[in-house]
Ligand binder design. Structure first.
Ligand code: SF4
Length: 432
């Protein structure tokens, strides 16, 4: 049968989509891109915050339109399905099966029943069908999270933190290396916690030492937790050949009372200490973070601490979210809530300040030559589009646009001299 997959949400969810596509393909089904052609459509949803849930429902309803054509089966998977299975089964008759994450270990039983002309293997017997461009690939090193930040529903959805064994990860890394991936992006809900459950210690540094022996050009780590970033980890990154000094550390707040209410295990001073240690060891380190604006009970002066903290650190990239109340989380019980428009106003203030900082930091790169991986060519401008170590592949950090006299292939690495800078994007010329 022809099957289609729509993958919503984060890169961790994408990896589940890739695994299910791998199972379907190994089971003899054909993966199609155009939903019009599909006999069965899978929507892998995100259920993290309100906007994501809305997108999930809208996407499922949009895909259900194809049931007037070839599509016979519509499946809803992922975090939204995990969180609201019963409600979704009741409210969405268009969906043939709502399959929650904790059913993935026997999902083939349903699919082989529904999609008869194939024999889909079990989750553990199939390799993922990697869907990212050949030169870059995500590698999930652990599932779930036990940090229970009081604003976050992920522990309720994905369960407790479970590390993959070093052997499993290195085997999957080998598959990606052989596939030709040059950039390896390590992901988990909290990558810095890797190994604590299996090896009774933070083992990310050990894992990096093994991966650093392989033939990847860039090894990038996302979703680091400040309190679990050890000096050993920073030193390992500083001494490595391929691990890029890109520190993606969601910090959430710059005020200690709010950090405590968020159930975060660090103070703003401790976060600053590790950032300073990183900068001491790796002066050109790149920092990305995320803050929440308008967490319940947050006073204006306390949010000013976050604004001041962000101004002091001068992050290369900073994202923010107006607080979104998530039922079942501790944060949802906290009173008084901050008014919606105040949350938005605080978010706007922080992002306005950050746009200035990001523009200044981008401008500091003018005249510099950066190694860039080619992602494609812009039809209109005839410029190439690429990413440097400053730009993660999750479409948040901006791109490098550049001219070249050569006919470059996607996935090749070139040197680009930067001659123009915008808030997040850079422009330049290819140099040898
Ligand atoms: S670290 Fe906190 S915010 Fe991140 S997934 Fe875990 S509970 Fe959620």
């Amino acid at each position: 049968m022809k099957v289609g997959m729509v993958s919503l949400g984060c890169s961790k969810n994408l990896m589940d989509s890739e695994k299910i596509m791998g199972m379907l393909k190994k089971g003899g089904h054909q993966i199609v891109v155009d939903p019009k052609e599909a006999d069965a459509i899978f929507v892998n949803t995100c259920g993290f915050i309100a906007p994501a849930k809305e997108e999930a429902i809208n996407t499922v309803l949009e895909m259900s339109e194809y049931k007037q054509g070839n599509c016979k089966k519509l499946y809803m998977l992922g975090c939204m399905a995990q969180r609201y299975k019963a409600e979704l089964e009741e409210s969405l008759p268009e969906v043939d099966r709502v399959i929650s994450i904790d059913e993935y270990d026997h999902i083939e039983e349903y699919l082989n029943e529904d999609l008869p002309d194939g024999s889909i293997p079990n989750w553990n017997d199939a390799e993922r069908l990697v869907s990212t461009a050949k030169h870059t690939a995500y590698l999930k090193i652990a599932e779930g999270c036990g940090n229970f930040c009081s604003f976050c529903a992920i522990p309720l959805i994905r369960g407790r933190f479970i590390s993959k064994t070093m052997e499993e990860i290195l085997k999957e890394a080998k598959m990606l290396e052989e596939r030709g991936s040059k950039e390896l992006v390590l992901i988990a809900q909290d990558t810095t916690r890797y190994g604590i459950d299996l090896y009774r210690k933070y083992a990310l540094a050990d894992l990096l030492k093994e991966l650093d022996k392989m033939n990847f050009k860039w090894i990038r780590i996302l979703y680091m937790y400040p309190e679990a970033i050890t000096h050993e980890l920073v030193d390992t990154i500083a001494e490595s050949k391929h691990v890029i000094p890109y520190f993606d550390i969601p910090l959430q707040s710059g005020n200690d009372r709010i950090l405590k209410l968020m159930n975060r295990r660090n103070t703003s001073e401790e976060a600053l200490e590790i950032i300073n240690y990183i900068r001491e060891k790796i002066p050109h380190a790149i920092f990305r973070t995320t803050f929440i604006a308008g967490f319940p009970t947050e006073r204006k002066a306390e949010f000013n601490d976050t604004i001041r903290f962000a101004a002091k650190v001068r992050f290369d990239r900073l994202g923010a979210f107006p607080y979104s109340k998530e039922e079942g989380t501790k944060g949802a019980e906290l009173k008084p809530e901050v008014a919606k428009k105040v949350r938005q106003a605080r978010y706007d203030r922080l992002m306005q300040q950050q746009m200035v900082i990001s523009s200044e930091k981008s401008a500091e790169l003018i005249g510099k030559t950066l190694e860039v991986v080619v992602e494609g060519k812009e039809a209109l401008s005839n410029k190439y589009k690429g990413r440097s170590i400053y730009n993660a592949p999750d479409d948040i950090d901006g791109y490098v646009y550049f001219r070249s006299n050569d006919n470059l292939t996607v996935g090749s690495f070139v040197n680009v001299k930067i001659n123009k800078a915008y808030t997040y994007d850079l422009e330049g010329e290819q140099v040898d």
